[in-house]
Design a protein around this ligand. Structure first.
Ligand code: SAM
Length: 213
């Protein structure tokens, strides 16, 4: 693991960095214990914005808006981003950040539980970024598949749970067992669902990239 941490530090040290307002937001998130995407995950998202050039993005799990603003900053001018957040304390902070930094008006914040909101969304997304409660990914999947375009990408964060996912169910604390089982089920489904081709990466806390066939 130490080797892996050194490798990650080395890779991150080569990163040219983000726009200054994103650095400021990242610091604010760290200072206030808001979980946001890690450096290497940021680099991958930026790469995917440039490579797949999505026009209609959905994010599940906005927090204070860091990753939505990162995608807004590094996507095409006509890209739209819809992001969902249910935690009342974070919603006004995200709104403030969007007012300050989403100068091109790309981002729409939907307030509420993704379980209900996803039901109401119409198809047409070409990029979905799943970054909410890990135990719920498996429940969100059918709606994500319904609204994702063919050829579109489903990107899921935090799928390796700091390595816990490879441990036996009995080696993880009782408190984490449900999430452990659900994440394994999610990964199995992503790899075996006929509609998807998925690659699992050890970037960040584990990410999957799934293309809808
Ligand atoms: C890891 S944070 C998101 C970080 C954000 N994507 C970033 O990198 O800037 C996960 C967020 O998902 C929200 N969340 C968890 N379950 C949710 C649900 N069912 N519906 C809506 N939001 C949810 C949490 O409140 C939390 O703010």
């Amino acid at each position: 693991m130490i080797e892996q941490d050194r490798m990650r530090a080395f890779i991150n040290s080569l990163d040219p960095g983000n726009a200054p307002f994103l650095d400021e937001l990242e610091r604010e998130a760290k200072d206030t214990d808001v979980p946001i995407i890690r450096k290497d995950t940021q680099a991958l998202l930026k790469f995917l914005m440039a490579q797949s050039r999505p026009k209609n993005i959905l994010e599940v799990g906005c927090a204070i808006g860091f990753s939505a603003l990162l995608m807004a900053e590094y996507s095409d001018d006509d890209t739209k981003i819809t992001t969902i957040e249910k935690f009342e304390k974070r919603i006004p902070i995200a709104r403030d950040n969007f007012t300050k930094y989403d100068k091109k008006g790309k981002i729409t914040l939907l307030e509420g539980d993704a379980t209900e909101i996803l039901e109401t969304l119409s198809p047409g997304y070409d990029f979905i970024f799943m970054d909410a409660a890990k135990g719920q990914y498996i429940n969100f999947l059918p709606n994500c598949l319904r609204i994702l375009n063919k050829g579109g990408l489903l990107v899921s964060d935090n799928v390796l749970q700091d390595g816990d996912v490879i441990e036996s169910r009995f080696a993880v604390t009782r408190r984490d067992r449900t999430i452990h089982t659900r994440m394994r089920d999610y990964l199995y489904e992503l790899k075996h669902n006929d509609q998807l081709n998925t690659v699992i990466l050890t970037v960040g806390d584990g990410m999957t990239l799934s293309v809808k066939l």
